[in-house]
Design a protein. Structure first.
Length: 230
């Protein structure tokens, strides 16, 4: 018979999570559900036990158990009586960083970053004029540099405007400029257009298009973001 069977390690993970969750009974979750408060004590206990780093590789500070083991831990949380309230308080911290682990490129060990700290300081300004909101940003960056990567500090700025076309929908556009980060390169320049809408009181959906104007910027880009307010 085919099926999914826990290894001894996976069963131990499940048992350990269930044992920890037993400290938070139905009365605890009833109070958080009725009050709408974030389950701080529960998340702190899971963090102290190391479960938030279950899927993170050891060399990045996690336990390196893997995504399957992290999913087993999350299933145990939901089964314990915490339900979606407990699971939703944890899953973004456990699974959210994984795209950075898989696709991140600024890795000094692979020669793809300086290993130094970057510093940014900026001023954001905006002003509402009825249905129109112009906005702008001016900033300065100090980039970490070493003997291999000689990066240039410099300014960056953006300016644009948002237009409220209905009570629930905003459209806008902005132009971005960034001083070059290496000698001989071009300054980065690109433009973005976006639309943001609120289908209801809890959801917001945003989509954008981007185009670059030279070799220091991406040729084009497209993206979206959906947020839900609990």
């Amino acid at each position: 018979m085919n099926g999914f069977w826990f290894t001894e390690e996976q069963q131990a993970i499940r048992d350990g999570v269930l044992k920890l969750c037993a400290r938070f009974d139905a009365d605890y979750w009833r109070r958080t559900d009725e009050s709408g408060e974030f389950p701080e004590d529960f998340v702190a206990a899971m963090t102290e036990a190391g479960w938030l780093g279950a899927a993170m590789p050891v060399d990045l500070g996690g336990s390196g158990l893997g995504l399957t083991e992290a999913a087993i831990a999350m299933q145990a949380v939901a089964e314990s009586g915490a339900g979606f309230s407990g699971a939703s308080a944890l899953h973004l911290n456990i699974f959210g960083p994984m795209p950075l682990v898989k696709f991140g490129t600024a890795d000094e060990d692979k020669g793809l970053g300086t290993g130094e700290t970057d510093y940014y300081g900026q001023i954001d300004l905006y002003q509402n004029f009825g249905t129109i909101t112009p906005f702008g940003t001016v900033g300065y960056r100090v980039l970490g540099t070493n003997a291999t990567f000689q990066l240039k500090d410099g300014m960056y700025a953006s300016a644009g405007a948002a237009f409220r076309v209905s009570p629930k929908t905003v459209v806008g556009a902005a132009y971005d400029w960034r001083s070059r980060i290496i000698e001989g390169a071009q300054n980065g320049t690109d433009a973005i257009a976006f639309v943001s809408t609120n289908p209801n009181d809890r959801w917001n959906v945003l989509g954008y298009l981007l185009t670059g104007f030279n070799d220091a910027s991406p040729d084009y880009g497209v993206g979206g973001l959906a947020t839900y307010k609990f």
